[in-house]
Design a binder for this molecule. Structure first.
Ligand code: ADP
Ligand code: MG
Length: 535
């Protein structure tokens, strides 16, 4: 035996163990939920975020807020991940997901205080989460793509209280039209709806373009501003002289030789443009560059051209106009060209945009948001994306649920009934899970200035007496049948939110040891207090 201490890890490793680790993680998660809480629902407030470079974002969108906050605490980061997953999986419900997770952890803490072991809590939560999904599926309502009225209401519910609020009816119609236009064999791909922004005019001028709007000007002022009956060539190679990769020396011994060299180079470009013209194209979108000489030739032929068009935009133009992207000009025949009634350049703020519009049966379309300032436009975009995401995921699953907290109260009620059938300590965890779901209607009421306790009591008693669609209508602060008040949400938002919230809550609960290497950041572990300290 020796008296020397055993050193397991280097000195700059920070370690928090047992109860401290648990409490610290729970506290961080709760704080994240607390941050977004005031933005929930139609009466939620906005946040103003200022980046290190002084860019300002004003938003109500959960994932945007958390993403911009540069959160460092490891458990808090896991909470932010839920919002991101929610955003990418369903496109809405980010605040809801984060809040449920925060509340699940807060309630778990109560059980920890009662000396209930974390593994018992996590087991109870897992049972509860499974049962909740089962009940949710059972009580969701079916819709078909023909239920346009319902789909419109879903889009409007998603946009209530956001930047798009004032024109939500118009936006809902735009969303529905866009989705109907691009769907093929009942499938809808969000990527086929382009959202483009135009400064100037009001948000009520936002429009659906049956085609694509590009954030690009034509390459030369000498090109036509408008092309009617556009025949569009889509090319993914450069219309310019070949640039040798390395410096090349050419020795010429006479002026004639030089002349013929230049002539040869120019001829290649001339041939390219000639081929484009021969195909019948009067518009060219090029994924690469177009040099001065090519611009000159194209202008002379009255061909409208844009260069350096993003690949994703090229694909959208192809879907909208029916044109094929060609990699070799010999492939370019009239059959590869796309069609649009008009291609033109339109002023927008300080820049110009290129509109490709009037496409016959386009399989990609553009929602062009108009607005006075960038902040307004950006927030409208986020709201529109929520609306789009909700309509698309309602179509996907064909299931919807009553909003305004009605579904959460009903789930919580049925989950409690189920809990009664369990024995053992898991029952307590199921009970806490049920009460975490009530956090949504409670917060909706609180944010709208209603008394949260009175509201919850009334909601519960109405559900107990069989009114399963009783929820909050915050347009006039009433408790009523929310389906009749047309407050409807997709099933998938709730299902995904509950799923990821319970997953992350159980994951955080199982951690009882945080070992963090501080890396270059000597001393304090990023975002964590010193061992055993308060948060
Ligand atoms: P999230 O990021 O979770 O989508 P939101 O701020 O979009 O958060 O709020 C969504 C919540 O607002 C949902 O629970 C929804 O049912 C509720 N909600 C939307 N419109 C209304 C309304 N008119 N009355 C009451 N609740 C509403
Ligand atoms: Mg939402």
């Amino acid at each position: 035996m020796t008296d020397k201490p055993v050193v397991l890890m280097p000195e700059d490793i920070q370690r928090i163990m047992g109860k401290d680790a648990q409490r610290n993680n729970i506290l961080a998660a709760k704080m994240v939920a607390e941050v977004v809480k005031t933005t929930l629902g139609p009466k939620g407030m906005d946040k103003m975020l200022v980046s290190p470079t002084n860019e300002i974002i004003v938003t109500n969108d959960g994932v945007t807020i958390l993403d911009e906050m540069q959160i460092e605490h490891p458990a808090a980061k896991m909470m932010v991940e839920i919002a991101k997953t929610q955003e990418s999986e369903v496109g809405d419900g980010t605040t809801t997901a984060v809040m449920i997770a925060g509340k699940l952890l807060e309630n778990a803490e109560k059980l920890l205080d009662k000396k209930i072991h974390p593994t018992v809590i996590t087991k109870g939560y897992r049972i509860a989460a499974e049962k909740t999904q089962e009940i949710l599926q059972e009580i969701s309502l079916k819709i078909t793509p023909d239920n346009e009225e319902v789909l419109k209401q879903i889009a409007m519910t998603a946009m209530t209280g956001k930047g798009a609020e004032g024109s939500k009816e118009k936006f809902a119609e735009i969303i529905l039209k866009a989705v109907k236009q691009i769907q093929t064999n009942g499938k809808v791909n969000l990527k086929d709806i382009k959202i483009e922004k135009s400064r100037g005019d009001g948000i009520n001028d936002t429009e659906l373009i049956s085609g694509i709007v590009l954030d690009k000007e034509k390459v030369s002022v000498d090109m036509p501003i408008v092309v009617h009956d556009a025949k569009i060539a889509l090319v993914d190679f450069a219309l310019e002289l070949k640039n040798p990769e390395i410096d090349t020396k050419i020795s010429v011994s006479s002026p004639d030789q030089l002349q013929s060299f230049i002539y040869q180079e120019e001829k290649e470009i001339k041939d390219l443009v000639e081929k484009i013209k021969m195909s019948g194209a009067n518009v060219v979108f090029c994924q690469k560059g177009i040099d001065d000489f090519a611009q000159y030739l194209l202008s002379k032929e009255e061909i409208y051209a844009c260069r350096r068009v993003a690949k994703s935009d090229m694909e959208k133009i192809s879907k909208a106009t029916g044109g094929k992207i060609v990699s070799n000009l010999s492939e370019l025949t009239p059959f590869e060209l796309g069609d649009a009634r008009i291609v033109d350049e339109v002023e927008s703020g300080d820049d110009n945009l290129t509109y490709i519009r009037g496409c016959q049966n386009p399989k990609a379309v553009t929602i062009l948001i108009h607005g006075g300032t960038e902040h307004v436009i950006d927030e409208v975009e986020r709201a529109l994306q929520d609306g789009l995401g909700d309509v698309i995921c309602s179509l996907k699953s064909g299931l919807v649920v009553p909003g305004g907290g009605a579904i959460e109260i009903e789930l919580s009620k049925r989950l409690r009934e189920f809990g009664q059938t369990l024995s053992g300590r898991e029952q307590l965890a199921v009970e806490e899970f049920a009460s975490a779901l009530e956090f949504i209607p409670i917060t909706l009421a609180e944010n709208a200035g209603m008394d949260p306790i009175d509201t919850l009591t009334e909601l519960k008693s109405r559900h107990d007496s069989g009114e399963r669609n009783a929820g909050l209508n915050l347009l006039d602060n009433k408790i009523e049948n929310v389906l009749e008040a047309k407050i409807i949400e997709p099933y998938q938002i709730k299902s995904q939110a509950i799923h990821s919230a319970s997953e992350v809550a159980t994951m955080i609960l199982r951690i009882d040891d945080v070992i963090a290497s501080s890396g270059n950041n000597k001393g304090q572990m990023r975002g964590m207090p010193p061992m055993g300290g308060e948060f």
